[in-house]
Write a protein that binds this ligand. Structure first.
Ligand code: OGA
Ligand code: MN
Length: 283
């Protein structure tokens, strides 16, 4: 497949505004409450794979609209460990809720969603229904760039290497966060994965779920992993999203990590609907 980065695509139906130098585009000209014809969807899909994060401002959508849009990319899924509640009528639409008496789920760690699963979701999507302005930003890092900026020697060491990912931290580090009590066995993924849509290679390790390189001890793996995380989370490699009501934001779990800034408490409401579209086993 020809990498998308090597193609030139003119956008006729949408216009894009960069959200940062590292990744992300704000998409103008799309109303997600309306059906998207194939040509319009193709432009959105292309923009997504080129830019890893898309932001649609001022949307006013129902859960079915969010599901319809998600399904254009792949089947939606519930959270595999049940750590997020789904809507009664739409179990695949998960609720992220923070308000007095109901402290929201923590995501203040760099991660790629469900990388502890055999088939992690290709993308995740949040629709912001209620926000506390200026608080609870979400950060995203570009894992293509993180890989490409490494020395050739380190890249060739990492190419072909595998790592174990597991959900142990969900239970042990932040026990108040979720009701997860049983952790599925760890899974093994390539350290550098190939994006099926772009053909590009991205680092696929994260500090929250990756435990060690296969064939190496944890002690041997740790300093190398730390270096990769430091590289991936340099300010220049990050987009920090400031939420507004009506934002629909989607991110590519195959080629980025994200981090939910925890600078708020129960008194500062936040309410979002989250969906994910299934991906493939990383290769
Ligand atoms: C998630 C997540 C970030 C946020 O839902 O997977 O990491 O800012 N959310 O809520
Ligand atoms: Mn997440």
């Amino acid at each position: 497949m020809t990498p998308l980065a090597a193609t030139t695509q003119k956008y006729e139906r949408i216009s894009l505004t960069p959200t940062s130098g590292a990744l992300g585009m704000e998409v103008n000209g799309v109303d997600l409450s309306q059906p998207l014809d194939d040509a319009l969807f193709a432009e959105i899909e292309h923009a997504f794979h080129e830019n890893l994060v898309l932001v649609f401002r001022n949307q006013n959508i129902e859960p079915q609209h969010q599901l319809d849009f998600t399904h254009r990319f792949g089947p939606s899924e519930e959270h595999p460990l049940g750590s997020r509640r789904g809507l009664d009528d739409y179990p695949d639409v998960m609720v992220l809720e923070n308000r007095p008496g109901k402290l929201g789920p923590r995501n203040d760690f760099w991660h790629s969603d469900i990388s502890f699963g055999e088939v992690p979701p290709a993308l995740s999507m949040l629709y912001a229904i209620e926000v506390s302005p200026g608080l609870a930003d979400t950060m995203f890092s570009n894992m293509y760039a993180a890989y490409e900026e490494l020395s050739e020697t380190l890249r060739s060491f990492l190419d072909g290497l595998q790592a174990e990912h597991n959900a142990q931290t969900l239970v042990t580090e932040v026990p108040s966060r979720v009701q997860v009590t049983e952790v599925p066995p760890g899974v093994i993924h390539p350290v550098v994965r190939t994006h099926p849509k772009t053909g590009r290679r991205a680092l696929y390790v994260n500090p929250y779920y990756t435990s060690h390189f296969i064939g190496m001890t944890k002690a041997e793996s740790a300093p190398i992993l730390e270096h990769l995380y430091a590289q991936a989370t340099r300010h220049e490699n990050i987009y920090r999203h400031k939420w507004r009501v009506g934002d629909v934001l989607m991110w590519d779990n195959r080629a980025n990590m994200h981090y939910a800034v925890r600078d708020y408490d129960e008194s500062q409401p936040r309410f979002m609907h989250r969906t994910t579209a299934a991906g493939e086993r990383p290769y």
